[in-house]
Design a protein around this ligand. Structure first.
Ligand SMILES: CC(C)(COP(=O)(O)OP(=O)(O)OC[C@H]1O[C@@H](n2cnc3c(N)ncnc32)[C@H](O)[C@@H]1OP(=O)(O)O)[C@@H](O)C(=O)NCCC(=O)NCCS
Length: 211
């Protein structure tokens, strides 16, 4: 039986507003003990959302999805997504190597609470995670003043199938080695041409989420 969210509602929070926002304290994307790439992602997401609550997170815009949500915090927290402005592969190769690139959008973190696995946003509709990612892309577009979308990228472990499906559904594709730990949603053609100018440092590529 398909489980359907009741009155799904997204809200946008600044890092400052997220600090001390009670629902974030109890957010849980699952048990890292499941192991593998999914377990590692769950562990990272739980820690990053916890840092949003304590105020230790990096500067980012936070988009949340609530069930039965009217005003902010009135519903149950379904999902959390943090977006930043960051140049392609900057977390992996360092600021110097990407100096010539235009800035892009970066999905710093995204997760849904374990209570909301196998839910749909409406009958016959998409999943909460995919819906939230779509809303986060809209937020990035807004922060780029509504013009053409910039490129958007994220670190996604290859064995994290639910996450891979979510990113693919929103137009992301996996990058070629040595950047195989990342997914990219292309923006304007000019930005893509510039993107291939990234130099891979001899020290190699740092995979995974940066925080
Ligand atoms: C990634 C995430 C946000 C996706 O949320 P979502 O899109 O709402 O959907 P669900 O988690 O319910 O999973 C949806 C899909 O994954 C599939 N799936 C679930 N568990 C799976 C598993 N262990 N192996 C393979 N596929 C799996 C489901 O069958 C479903 O596929 P379908 O839509 O084609 O039927 C959510 O799974 C999550 O928070 N995961 C833990 C944290 C995480 O990995 N975040 C991303 C870090 S990059």
């Amino acid at each position: 039986m398909e489980k359907i969210l009741k009155k799904p509602q997204c809200h946008v929070l600044t890092k400052a507003k997220a600090e001390g926002f009670a629902p974030l304290e109890h957010f849980c994307a699952g048990d890292p003990a499941v192991g593998g790439d999914i377990g590692q992602a769950i562990d990272e997401v739980n820690k990053m959302v916890r840092r949003m609550f304590t105020g230790e997170a990096v500067k980012q815009t936070i988009v949340i999805l609530e069930e039965d949500g009217g005003t902010l915090g009135s519903g149950k927290l379904v999902g959390v997504c943090g977006v930043r402005h960051l140049k392609l592969f900057e977390t992996a190769v360092g600021t110097q190597a990407v100096a010539a690139l235009p800035p892009g959008g970066y999905i710093n973190v995204i997760g849904t609470d374990q209570e909301y696995r196998d839910y749909k946003i409406k009958k016959g509709g998409t999943t909460p995670g995919r819906h939230l990612l779509g809303r986060a892309l809209k937020q990035i577009n807004k922060e780029w003043h509504g013009g053409q979308m910039p490129y958007v990228w994220a670190a996604v472990l290859k064995g994290n199938e639910p996450s891979n499906k979510m990113f693919k559904s929103q137009g992301f594709r996996r990058c070629d080695p040595p950047f195989g730990g990342f997914v990219l949603r292309p923006g304007r053609r000019s930005t893509l041409n510039l993107a291939i100018q990234v130099q891979v440092p001899q020290s190699g590529v740092q995979e995974g989420m940066p925080e």
